[in-house]
Write a protein that binds this ligand. Structure first.
Ligand code: SF4
Ligand code: SF4
Ligand code: SF4
Length: 327
């Protein structure tokens, strides 16, 4: 059960610490069902923090975005910790960043928020269109309680749950320095129904499926920018010399873009769903990513973002790995 008082007290204590730079959490947005990140530096801002089914964004992206800005000439880098509120899926991004040494353990303070599943914003905005003033949403027993301007509405949880949450196996943070409330029972079964459905088609049908999707991509790169695991300072997609991928928007370049990104995420994607959520063209990017997650799990018995002591998947091997060419 969410304990907002505890959240606020922990947040006040956290930002009062000398070794903490700021805390990143969620706050109510300025319209409808949207929330915003809150970069909290002052204890009095604790009242702005929320944790509710609206907190869809994976804030772990900021650990590598905000923290990798160049330090101004003559200035000393600020090495204090960043405190970060995480749901279960978000915590796996932090763990994976630690595994890859994208961040250091002493640079982050993880505030764990056991999670009962967030809203699919498209579905909720379709069900309740034209809501402009900020809306509060809470979890009830197997339902969402949506406090609309003209009164509360209760909607069964399954109806509005985000796709990634329908089969969530890690609703509790897998790593935390502070756990804010009791853990919840996981409900996912590790099935990859959407992937299996596509696998059953023949290769021509699969290619037609992806060709249709890739053709509609406008190469806005929102998927890459929202991904907590896409944090290379020098991204291969931006390189001009050599230029691996041309800027032209066509099926050939778009396919290279998607396959390059998918392969760079093998053994690293933690299934937070941010790429698919932010895509303005509705590409089913999670189906592509989850296909590779499934392959890595089935063939190599490896899941990313669970054990900070594990080695990066792409730079390690075991003698019994299913690839003859390795040894
Ligand atoms: S995937 Fe799991 S941890 Fe992440 S928002 Fe959904 S229910 Fe919560
Ligand atoms: S967010 Fe969607 S449209 Fe934009 S580059 Fe990614 S897949 Fe293409
Ligand atoms: S590829 Fe998508 S699902 Fe995977 S970590 Fe990145 S944003 Fe999350």
């Amino acid at each position: 059960m969410v304990d907002l008082e505890k959240l606020k007290n922990v947040a006040k204590d956290t930002v009062s610490r000398e070794d903490v730079k700021y805390l990143i959490g969620w706050r109510q947005g300025t319209y409808g069902f949207r929330v915003s990140p809150l970069f909290m530096t002052e204890p009095e801002d604790a009242d702005k923090l929320i944790f509710s089914p609206l907190c869809v964004n994976n804030l772990a992206t900021y650990l590598t975005l905000a923290e990798k800005l160049p330090v101004p000439r003559g200035a000393e880098p600020d090495t204090r910790k960043v405190a970060l509120m995480v749901k279960g899926c978000d915590s796996r991004a932090v763990v994976q960043q630690l595994i890859e040494k994208g961040i250091e353990r002493e640079s982050v303070l993880v505030i764990g928020c056991p999670c009962q599943g967030v809203l699919d914003l498209e579905k909720v905005e379709e069900k309740f269109p034209g809501i402009h003033s900020p809306v509060d949403v809470q979890w009830g027993d197997d339902k969402f309680i949506i406090n609309l301007p003209d009164g509360p509405q209760e909607v069964p949880r399954e109806e509005l749950l985000a796709k990634k949450c329908l089969n969530c196996r890690y609703p509790n943070p897998v790593m935390s320095d502070v756990m804010l409330w009791e853990e919840v029972e996981a409900w996912g079964n590790g099935e990859y129904a959407d992937v299996k459905e596509l696998e059953e088609k023949d290769s021509q049908a699969r290619w037609s499926f992806w060709q249709d999707k890739f053709e509609s991509c406008i190469r806005c790169y929102a998927c890459r920018n929202a991904c907590p695991m896409c944090y290379c300072e020098d991204c291969v997609l931006d390189r001009l010399n050599p230029q691996w991928i041309y800027r032209s928007n066509n099926i050939s370049e778009n396919t290279v873009f998607h396959l390059a990104r998918a392969f760079h995420l093998v053994g690293r994607c933690i299934e937070c769903g941010e790429c698919e959520r932010v895509c303005p063209m509705g590409l089913p990017l999670m189906t592509l990513n989850r296909k590779l997650v499934k392959e890595v799990r089935d063939k190599y018995d490896f899941e990313p973002g669970l054990d900070p002591e594990s080695k990066p998947f792409q730079s390690s091997y075991r003698p019994d790995d299913q690839e003859d060419f390795i040894l």
